[in-house]
Design a protein around this ligand. Structure first.
Ligand SMILES: *Cc1c(COP(=O)(O)O)cnc(C)c1O
Length: 429
């Protein structure tokens, strides 16, 4: 069986079918912003492998950090042992993130970081003698991961909640954040949300939200004022604020953390995706001293979580190198040039008859079509056009590595403009 047939018949890919699989393209090499495919094609990556590869592929400094740590030790258990890569990383994370955060839990993926945040918030109120505060409040169109607690705060419609109804935590969903980023603020956008706090805060442990940009739940960008009022309502109603910056963290929106658009200081912060520059699976959940101390002084006497590969030294070492690179680079300038190019080249696609909306913020550019894409066809066309873009539903979006150059980004945007003219790349209504 050749690679392509074996893959198709035996390997699950994210959200794919085993009976009607879409083709997967085999990568044999990656460097900078270019993926080399086994078929001989070279494609410019517009996805940063899902928000992660901010410095580009095969980066000498990141490669070196990994090999140096491999020569010392690749892994040790984190129970009872510690090491320099973890200590350096946690120091950096505390320095870089909002000052409310001073304790770090190293998790192994974004979904786990969210599970950890949710467990922390429930344990916190339990320790305070308020065990009835055990539900979550969130907003519609969110995405927080694929594990059960994370799923229970994803958008109930695109998260397919009815499938898992018997086992999912029943949480509260306020309307999606509004108005959009850049639109005019008015306090009326808070009415519905405020009512949820008033009605349910005695059962709610935490409010969880993706600051400023909702990612996989719809690629929506909303007004910073909405976020700052969320933080105010949390304080007022004794609800912990969990900021899920797994997608937005490390500069993607034009601020190092999207919370900084509204000067919000969350009680708990989830980080992941770009944390290792896309080299390894690693995530982190940071919390305030109050959260950490309260949990530790509660009935359990400790926080009830501890993955086998917690604090993996290779992942921490490459994360340290990635954060050093980020801090030494002119990422603000890179992200702002990408945003300018989105403004001049991608935003005008709004006039195309097949397009419902275009929007961009920082190094995130979105074309929302009127119809859903035909995935198999559009993927094939993008590869033929020399780009790697992976749309979902009606959303065709770009979040390139920060190091992408103007010509590469133009090629990505032109490829989108091209497929918009091709009927067979879209499903009919
Ligand atoms: C991707 C993502 C997650 C889940 O992270 P995984 O590493 O895929 O488990 C959680 N929250 C947000 C906002 C994300 O974008």
């Amino acid at each position: 069986m050749n690679n392509s047939d074996f893959d198709k018949n035996h390997i699950w890919h994210p959200y794919t079918s085993m009976t009607n699989p879409l083709p997967s393209y085999e990568v044999i090499k990656a460097k900078g912003c270019t993926l080399s495919l086994a078929s001989g094609e070279q494609v410019i990556d517009g996805m940063s492998s899902w928000w992660a590869v901010i410095h580009g592929y095969n980066h000498p400094a990141l490669n070196q950090a990994l090999t140096e740590q491999t020569d010392k030790f690749a892994h040790v258990m984190f129970g009872g042992l510690t090491h320099q890569p973890a200590i350096n990383l946690c120091q950096k994370l505390i320095e870089l993130t909002p000052s409310s955060l001073s304790q770090v839990f190293l998790a192994d993926s974004g979904s786990v970081a969210v599970e950890v945040a949710i467990k922390m918030s429930i344990q916190y109120w339990h320790a305070k003698g308020r065990a009835n505060k055990s539900k979550l409040l969130t907003v519609r169109n969110g995405y927080h991961g694929d594990t059960f607690a994370a799923m229970s705060v994803c958008d109930p419609v695109n998260g397919m909640h009815q499938l898992f109804e018997q086992v999912l935590m029943k949480n509260h969903f306020a309307p999606a954040p509004s108005p959009a980023f850049g639109e005019t603020w008015s306090d009326s956008h808070l009415d519905a949300l405020e009512q949820y706090f008033v009605d349910y805060s005695d059962q709610i442990a935490a409010f969880i939200i993706e600051p400023i940009v909702q990612g996989a739940g719809g690629m929506r960008m909303y007004h910073p004022e909405f976020l700052s009022h969320c933080a105010r309502l949390c304080k007022q109603h004794q609800v912990l604020l969990i900021a899920d910056e797994i997608a937005t963290g490390f500069g993607r929106t034009g601020r190092l953390f999207a919370c900084q658009w509204a000067d919000v200081e969350p009680d708990i912060l989830c980080l992941g995706k770009a944390i290792t520059g896309g080299y390894m699976s690693l995530a982190a959940t940071l919390c305030s001293e109050d959260v950490a101390k309260t949990i530790s002084q509660g009935e359990a006497g400790c926080f009830m979580h501890g993955p086998t590969f917690m604090g993996n030294p290779l992942a921490c070492a490459v994360a340290n190198a990635s954060l050093d690179l980020l801090q030494q680079s002119d990422w603000q300038q890179q992200v702002s040039s990408i945003e300018q190019q989105f403004n001049t080249e991608l935003m005008p696609l709004a006039d195309h008859p097949r397009v419902a909306d275009t929007r961009c913020l920082g190094a995130i550019g979105v074309v929302e079509a009127k119809q859903a894409v035909n995935m198999a066809r559009i993927q094939q066309r993008f590869v033929e056009l020399g780009v790697w873009i992976r749309p979902f539903g009606k959303l065709i979006y770009l979040m390139p590595p920060y190091v992408i150059d103007q010509a590469e980004l133009s090629k990505l945007i032109k490829a989108i403009a091209t497929v918009l003219n091709e009927d067979d790349c879209f499903l009919s209504e």
